[in-house]
Design a protein around this ligand. Structure first.
Ligand code: ATP
Ligand code: MG
Length: 482
């Protein structure tokens, strides 16, 4: 899906950004103007105060009332400083300069002075000496004189200050306008660095959807988008691994089916060949016929064993195998397995010895299954060891587990095959194993059974010296009635 231009993140972010800039500018502008205004007022107050004090010192204080009322300095100072100054009686009635007649009773500064304090007011509207209406900054203070108490009121027009403030406002507005022009331009370039990874990510997602799991999004930043890109990369990796695993499993399954077919076809071919030969006339000769039938019987048995093993594996695979667990004595199970294999061992003059603990070793297990595992290992040792050799079985225990080791003095397993002998159908020497009647499923089944019990099976071997198989079981305390 293509992102509509006016709906893009970029635009939304820009609108937010501009709004934020405007708000910040408005707030800080207002604050600044207020600060400046206060400063200007403070300055005006100081100026007016200084002027009033000067007027007091130069005109009022050195003269008596009759003299200072019409002193010419009122005019000169007035025009020199552009500050209007008047003298009033204690009650706020104009006294000097002589021409002054207006009342300023509504000026708060004067009210303060009348009550005996310095006063200052801003923004009072009143006429100036030329009868022109204006806004004033006004300062008034009571002064003492030999002829009584008077009030000096100095005031100046706010025009100057307002002009300054207006200038400042103008600069602020101009700054905002410049910002409004610069932001979108800067934004255009900046936002691209923001949205580029997002665009890259959606392209990546489309590639993944199309089955390409090899690509990784380049991560340039550690910000949220970088983190997101990392997560997407991680996810792709996981999916890719998962798919690979599945592929491997599929391959294993195919190989398994191929193996099964092959293992079934070999005895079947053999059976067919001998049957056909019998039909074609070999039946006439009872001796040959008997030999052939024995072979057919042997092959049928082999197929039967194979099918049983396969069913067993399939059941273990599906976790359907009803593993009814009881507390059983491992040592007892070992003795039973040894007894079962004894017949086989005697045929080749082999001896199976049991060593180690004499005490019962309790484990939680399905007895027939564990019996199957031990018998399988013992029969391997018998099959793959020379005549007259000894097979050593021992049991050791520690506080957590029981360990069974079955060691033979046989041909051993080459290092590179050791990890594979637990694979289904894996045989080190195919021909030899087949000749001995093996299908290569025994250890695979043993492993499945051990895992279903929460135990482990390991092999160690030195070719020419012998092989040791090690089984480990979790130890169980105290068996009842076994
Ligand atoms: P099956 O047990 O199904 O009758 P098998 O004995 O060939 O057939 P496994 O028991 O799974 O199969 O063993 C796999 C292979 O491991 C054997 O073919 C053999 O090559 C090797 N192997 C197993 N045990 C020993 C051993 N004690 N000494 C030497 N090689 C062994
Ligand atoms: Mg075997």
């Amino acid at each position: 899906m293509k992102v509509r231009k006016y709906n893009s993140i970029k635009l939304k972010l820009m609108v937010i950004y501009i709004s934020v800039v405007l708000i910040v500018m408005a707030l800080s502008g207002t604050f600044m103007l207020r600060q400046v205004r206060e400063m200007e007022e403070e300055r005006a107050r100081e100026r007016l105060r200084g002027f009033a004090v000067r007027v007091y010192n130069t005109i009022v204080l050195p003269n008596d009332r009759a003299r200072f009322i019409d002193a010419p300095e009122w005019e000169t100072m007035q025009s020199e400083y552009e500050i209007e100054v008047i003298l009033m009686s204690e009650l706020g009635v104009g006294i000097a300069p002589v021409g002054f007649v207006g009342a300023r009773s509504n000026d708060r500064a004067i009210s303060w002075a009348m009550s005996g304090q310095e006063g200052f007011s801003v923004g009072r509207v009143g006429m100036d000496l030329n009868n022109i209406e204006a806004e004033w900054l006004s300062f008034a203070m009571p002064v003492d004189h030999a002829d009584g108490r008077f009030i000096i009121n100095a005031r100046m027009k706010t025009d100057d200050m307002n002009a300054n403030l207006f200038e400042l406002t103008r600069i602020l507005i101009l700054t905002v306008l410049v910002a409004l022009v610069i932001i979108p331009i800067a934004w255009y370039f900046l936002a691209d660095t923001l949205t580029r990874p997002i665009v890259a990510m959606s392209r990546h997602a489309r590639a993944v959807a199309g089955g390409d799991l090899t690509k990784q999004i380049p991560v340039h930043s550690g910000d949220e988008i970088g983190v997101l890109a990392n997560s997407v990369n991680f996810m792709t990796n996981e999916i890719s691994q998962h798919l690979e695993q599945q592929k491997k499993q599929d391959e294993m399954r195919k190989e398994f089916v191929a193996n099964v077919s092959h293992e079934l076809r070999t005895p079947l071919t053999s059976i067919r060949t001998y049957t056909e030969t019998l039909i074609d006339g070999a039946l006439e000769d009872p001796k040959t016929a008997m030999a052939f039938l024995e072979i057919i019987d042997e092959e049928a048995r082999r197929m039967s064993t194979l099918v049983t093993d396969l069913l067993e594996l399939s059941r273990l695979d599906n976790k359907q195998a009803s593993l009814e667990l009881d507390i059983v004595d491992l040592l007892g199970l070992i003795r039973i397995s040894i007894r079962q294999c004894q017949v086989l061992a005697e045929q080749t003059n082999q001896v199976i010895q049991l060593a180690g603990t004499e005490d019962a070793c309790f484990i939680l297990a399905n007895a027939p299954r564990i019996n199957q595992v031990i018998s399988n290992i013992l029969s391997n040792s018998i099959k793959y060891s020379p005549k007259g050799s000894t097979i050593h079985v021992s049991v050791e225990s520690d506080e957590n587990r029981h360990q069974v080791s079955i060691r033979d003095e046989g041909m051993g397993v080459p290092e590179e095959d050791l990890s594979r002998i637990f694979d289904r159908f894996y045989r080190v020497d195919k021909a030899r194993s087949r000749a001995l009647g093996g299908t290569g499923l025994g250890l695979a089944i043993a492993k499945e059974i051990m895992e279903a019990h929460g135990g482990t099976i390991h092999a160690a071997s030195t070719p020419g010296i012998g092989t040791t198989m090690v089984l480990r079981f979790k130890r169980e305390e105290g068996g009842v009635g076994v």
